[in-house]
Design a protein around this ligand. Structure first.
Ligand SMILES: NC(=O)c1ccc[n+]([C@@H]2O[C@H](COP(=O)([O-])OP(=O)(O)OC[C@H]3O[C@@H](n4cnc5c(N)ncnc54)[C@H](O)[C@@H]3O)[C@@H](O)[C@H]2O)c1
Length: 439
């Protein structure tokens, strides 16, 4: 099939590449000329495990192309995926200007029946608006608009696209659904379902999925905070509840709050969309409030530990991306933590295995940048773990002790065991567990 993917970001680049991998002819189009030039020079603008090899192979075999020429890409395609960004507007609602711009472009270039697939995360009813724009521009009804929300996780995006838990398709007709089913068939050979529904429900499904996950995170974070106060251990509690099949273990890990380009903006956008339609969500408002304060808890613990001494001390940070295996720092808790420490007069040294470039754009010369985890610790009076990259899980503890001026670890992801830390002679703070205090 001739497919055009418009918007070559985390979603568009992965989706386009994986669609080429199953034999489609795919052109990925974007208005960002620098990004397209990079891709045409065999450079990958994002970090995503497994993506580079796939791009290289499919580009070499001629199934995957990158261009800034949106018009001819639209004209040549039978199916057009819209995968542009839908960032938060000032009022928290989703900014749909890029989606509508693309819809206009499609309308101008409509030259025969096409399926227009909205893969960007958009509020319920956006498909109707996209349809109206294309119709107005083209003076034709020879197209259909499908909602096909994307559930991939950054860090495992290729795997998620190639083997999705489920595919959701909001199709207005059997013909459009059949085309979509054919596109997705190669990815659901393990019998995972393609779920057909109406377009509005498909749009809503994406927001409900992300909101549910955000609810789980804020819920366990709140329980962790209570555990600390009442002298309980959230890890034990987590195990105690997780075997109940109605509850389960997934996504119930306490930490420093959720970040990334999806949960914060999608929860915000659903709150706005609900309120524009006459309903004020109460659970979602609480989820956002808990998350905001959770991003501050490590800063509060650090401030309490050092007191006034903190001003002028060096503090090391391991992990900056909003989660492991990605370089994405959008809304990352690390931003709040670093800024909080700087505000308190601390000097901050940061290290991340892949997110150093985005970090430089965010922090500039306000922080120092480490070359590797251990060198980052030199002259520092404490270490804060913000992102649970695998390489931080089993470090050389003796070396950490030797390098830190004071053996203090603030573990925002509970990757170490308190009794190990006690034996190793660290003062150790984590989330929802009692602190270990040396001496
Ligand atoms: N990042 C994720 O993990 C993820 C997962 C599921 C869904 N989503 C959703 O998918 C959409 C895209 O997210 P992303 O993270 O890939 O965004 P991104 O910011 O990484 O990429 C968006 C791309 O769209 C391009 N673009 C913007 N306006 C354009 C226009 N008018 N014409 C052509 N290209 C244009 C930008 O240049 C950019 O390359 C969003 O709605 C997001 O909520 C993201």
């Amino acid at each position: 099939m001739n497919i055009c993917v418009i918007g070559v970001g985390y979603v568009g680049l992965v989706a386009g590449t994986c669609l080429a991998e199953s034999g489609n002819d795919v052109v990925c189009a974007d208005i960002d000329a620098a990004k397209i030039a990079m891709l045409n020079a065999n450079q990958i603008p994002i970090y995503e495990p497994g993506l580079e090899e796939l791009i290289e192979r499919n580009a070499k075999e001629g199934r995957l192309r990158f261009t800034t020429d949106l018009d001819s890409s639209i004209r040549d395609a039978e199916v057009i995926f819209i995968a542009v960004g839908t960032p938060p507007a000032r009022d928290g609602s989703a900014d749909l200007s890029a989606v509508f711009e693309v819809a206009q472009r499609i309308g101008k270039n409509l030259n025969g029946y096409k399926v227009v697939v909205d893969k960007s995360t958009v509020p319920t009813g956006t498909g109707d608006r996209v349809e109206a724009i294309i119709k107005a521009e083209s003076k034709s009804s020879n197209f259909e608009v499908v909602s096909n929300p994307e559930f991939m996780k950054e860090g495992a995006a290729v795997e998620d696209f190639m083997k999705p838990d489920r595919v959701v398709i909001g199709a207005p007709s059997d013909m459009a659904y059949e085309i979509m089913r054919r596109i997705y068939e190669p990815y659901v050979r393990t019998e995972n379902p393609i779920i057909r529904m109406d377009r509005r429900s498909a749009e809503m499904t994406k927001y409900v999925a992300n909101s549910m996950l955000a609810v789980k995170i804020s819920f366990i974070n709140e329980m962790a905070n209570i555990c600390e106060k009442v002298g309980a251990d959230i890890d034990a509690v987590r195990r105690g509840i997780g075997f109940d099949r109605r509850i389960g273990f997934q996504f119930l890990f306490p930490g420093v709050g959720y970040g990334g380009s999806c949960f914060p903006k999608d929860v915000d956008a659903l709150v706005r969309s609900a309120s524009q339609n006459g309903y004020e969500p109460k659970i979602l408002a609480a989820v956002q409030e808990v998350n905001q304060s959770q991003k501050r808890i490590m800063v509060d613990k650090i401030r309490e530990h050092y007191g006034k001494r903190l001003s002028g001390l060096h503090i090391a940070i391991w992990g900056l991306s909003f989660k492991p295996k990605t370089d994405d720092m959008r809304e990352a808790p690390a931003i709040e933590i670093v800024n909080g420490l700087l505000d308190l007069g601390a000097r901050v040294r940061v290290y991340d295995p892949v997110a150093m470039e985005p970090a430089r754009k965010i922090f500039g010369n306000r922080v120092e940048y480490g070359d590797n985890p251990y060198q980052t610790l030199e002259q520092c009076s404490g270490l804060v773990i913000v992102t649970e990259w695998n390489e931080f899980r089993r470090p050389n503890y003796q070396r950490i002790r030797q390098l830190l001026l004071e053996p203090v670890i603030f573990d925002g992801r509970n990757i170490y065991e308190p009794h190990d830390m006690e034996k190793l002679g660290f003062t150790y703070y984590s989330v929802g567990r009692q602190p270990v205090k040396k001496g």
